[in-house]
Design a protein. Structure first.
Length: 364
């Protein structure tokens, strides 16, 4: 049984979420939006989810400097020392290294859950059970434990984890990670799913602060040394200036590429708890209620006629009436309307770039 007082959570909340345009914008990206119409934004849902696993005062948020006020607005009561601001976007490895050093200065015995701010979890009790198994394993050995999602389809939008039995595991649900695989093509994804030896990579992982320090020392020694040099500044007025200087020269690299794919002490706990990384409008469509014709509509003033398998999200208060659409995504905001075929949603980024060349940053 893990001690909650030594359990910490790091919520990474610095991304832009450009694939969710026109709702997600640079000034207010998707983690600060209520995509599901539940009255809680994604970061609020994430914060709520982890309060069952650790004391609220042990939850830290790492975000870009420009979103610090949004974090305070949406998470009332969070103190300034629990909001770690990054002066530049440098991917996830620097974010994790920074948070690990801050936490280990406070509590050298900490066990740290690292999670994204914008994922969806429908079965929270099942999620908590899997995380607790991972926390047990992380405390029992020098290792990193990730959560793998049992695949329900050959999805090409996720990375995959190949796993095998772990005779030394502290919990029978824990397996060894044999390899990490990048997002595959459809034929390869079908082989992965058919084999039964692969899981989707959720991106969530757990380790003790000591294990994370050792992992960085082994696989990214320069980065570990750079953050270790700031020990005297963490938790003081000098922290922000030190981080600004460090980030000016810090390598931009993901935690997966910098550490996880190189390490030989990574475990995985499989789970099925209604997870999605909500990377695209299409992924949101798969997780929201639908009518008899396969339409998913979020918004009070939406009327559909002769539509099938269409995703509609209306943020403003206008009446939206649609007729004859099939396999489309329709998103309405106060200043923009998107209508795109589901199969072409990867072109949304291209459409936004074209609009930016014509009208500047007004709609970004």
């Amino acid at each position: 049984m893990t001690d909650p007082k030594h359990t910490y959570c790091v919520i990474m909340a610095g991304g832009i979420g450009s694939r969710f345009w026109p709702m997600s914008r640079t000034a207010r990206p998707k983690q600060f939006l209520d995509f599901l119409g539940l009255g809680r934004t994604l970061i609020q849902q994430t914060f709520d989810r982890f309060k069952a696993l650790c004391p609220p005062e042990n939850i830290l948020v790492v975000t870009n400097e420009q979103y610090a006020e949004l974090v305070k607005e949406q998470l009332p009561g969070i103190t300034d020392d629990r909001i770690l601001t990054e002066p530049a976007r440098k991917n996830t490895a620097p974010c994790v290294a920074y948070a690990t050093h801050v936490i280990s200065k406070r509590d050298p015995e900490a066990r740290i859950i690292v999670a994204a701010s914008d994922h969806l979890v429908l079965n929270e009790p099942g999620f908590h059970e899997v995380v607790r198994a991972a926390l047990t394993q992380a405390g029992a050995a020098d290792c990193i434990v990730t959560l793998g999602i049992t695949p329900s389809r050959p999805d090409t939008g996720y990375g995959y984890i190949q796993f095998g039995a772990a005779a030394d595991a502290a919990d029978p649900r824990v397996n060894r990670v044999l390899s990490f695989r990048e997002k595959p093509d459809h034929a390869t994804a079908e082989k992965f799913v058919a084999s039964g030896d692969f899981l989707w990579n959720s991106g969530l992982f757990i380790a003790t602060a000591k294990s994370l320090h050792r992992a960085f020392q082994r696989h990214m020694p320069a980065m570990e040394a750079a953050f270790a040099a700031g020990a005297e500044h963490y938790g003081t007025p000098g922290e922000r200036a030190f981080i600004a200087g460090l980030y000016a020269t810090c390598e931009s690299i993901s935690m997966d590429y910098g550490v996880m794919e190189k390490a030989d002490n990574v475990y995985v706990v499989p789970g099925e708890f209604g997870w999605s990384d909500l990377g695209t409008w299409g992924s949101l469509y798969t997780h929201v209620p639908k009518d008899a014709d396969g339409n998913a509509a979020i918004g009070e003033l939406v009327r559909l006629h002769d539509c099938r398998d269409t995703m509609v999200h209306v943020q403003d208060e206008r009446l939206v009436v649609l007729q004859g659409l099939e396999d489309h995504i329709v998103v309405s905001t106060p200043d923009a309307l998107l209508v795109v075929r589901k199969r072409d949603e990867q072109k949304i980024k291209q459409f936004v770039e074209e609009a930016t060349r014509t009208w500047g940053l007004r709609f970004v």
